[in-house]
Design a protein around this ligand. Structure first.
Ligand SMILES: [Zn+2]
Length: 347
């Protein structure tokens, strides 16, 4: 056998064994090692080609061509098998690494509304369903709207009770001490009949303790119409308490004094936590003081350019922190303002 025939024979055998090995490779790692074995730098083909120098010059080009076409065939076999194994491996992965959509997501922690905002929107939505429209007004207020227009005579002791913050701008410019500053403002702009609800921050220059803060929130409502009765005020507030605490509760009205309502009353409700038998929340009294209310004083209507001979109405106001403390069993008002996440997360 000539050298040429030997080499041709070798190439033919090489092609057959290599093709078989590529076809039989079962994994991507397998096929890479088969490639190294036959087509790599130190592989079988390189060894065969090394012997090319020992044959006659005239035979070299033909053998070279045969060797090249063998190499190309094997390269293409390699690529085919590799892409097949690639897709097999992907299928296998998809089968075993299925995403469990029932697992809780690891997404960002989402916050929620502050407990005061929650109870404020609860109060608002209850009164909005009763036809009260929302109003907003200034926190920096004139003495006129905060006191004078509300029938607080100048120098009257009831002004002192409000522990007012005065400003340097002008002695008559103050921080509002209650939401009632809105009453005459609303009357001036909205002719009766009217139903208004307004909530916001009010300021009192008080010593801070578990029950009192310098800033707190109030929600107040005002209704002006013809022939409004105290019975309608009672009915409105009883319904409010039923919706706020989620059940009907006994209520009682105790006479009180506010310069801008006549008659005036404090409203107590049966304690919703012990049903009146006495517990920690109600201080064993069985009753909770919830809010102040009364029939709008004729002088206030006059200040709002409304004729008290034709119109009358009622107003009620409540401390939002106080309601939230009662509803959620919070014992210290300062928790609302110190931004302690351990407190806030409970709501
Ligand atoms: Zn109780």
């Amino acid at each position: 056998m000539t050298e040429v025939a030997k080499l041709e024979q070798q190439l033919l055998e090489f092609e057959q064994t290599a093709s078989k090995s590529f076809a039989e490779a079962q994994t991507l790692a397998d096929i890479e090692s088969v490639r190294q074995e036959f087509l790599g730098q130190k592989g079988a083909l390189t060894n065969i080609l090394r012997n090319l120098s020992q044959i006659d010059k005239q035979d070299r080009p033909r053998l070279g061509q045969t060797a090249n076409s063998t190499k190309e065939k094997l390269e293409s076999l390699y690529l085919k098998r590799k892409s097949f194994l690639d897709s097999q491996e992907l299928k296998e992965k998809l089968k075993t690494e299925k995403i469990d959509v029932t697992l809780p997501a690891r997404g960002k922690k989402i916050g929620h509304l502050h407990p005061l905002t929650q109870i404020l929107s609860e109060i608002e939505s209850i009164f909005l369903t009763m036809g009260f429209a929302p109003f907003e007004g200034p926190e920096i207020e004139s003495e006129y709207y905060n006191f004078d227009a509300l029938n607080f005579p100048p120098g009257h002791p009831s002004r002192d009770e409000h522990d007012t913050f005065y400003t340097d701008v002008d002695p008559s410019i103050i921080l509002r001490t209650h939401m009632s500053n809105m009453q005459v403002r609303i009357m001036e702009k909205s002719p009766p009949p009217l139903r208004a609800l307004y909530c916001g921050r009010v300021y009192r220059n008080e010593e801070v303790n578990a029950r009192k803060e310098v800033i707190h929130h109030q929600a107040e409502g005002l209704l002006v119409d013809r022939n409004v009765s105290f019975g309608q005020l009672k009915g409105t507030l009883n319904e409010f308490i039923r919706l706020l605490f989620g059940k009907p509760l006994k209520t009682r009205f105790r006479p009180d004094f506010f310069p801008f309502t006549e008659p005036s009353a404090e409203l107590d409700s049966e304690c919703p936590f012990c049903n009146g038998s006495g517990c920690r929340t109600c201080g064993n009294r069985g009753w909770l003081e919830l809010l102040g209310c009364g029939m709008v004083d004729p002088n206030v209507l006059r200040a709002g350019h409304i004729d008290p001979e034709i119109w009358n109405g009622f107003a009620f106001g409540m401390g939002v922190e106080r309601l939230a403390m009662l509803k959620y069993g919070i014992t210290d008002i300062r928790h609302f303002f110190i931004s302690d996440i351990r407190f806030l997360e409970q709501f």
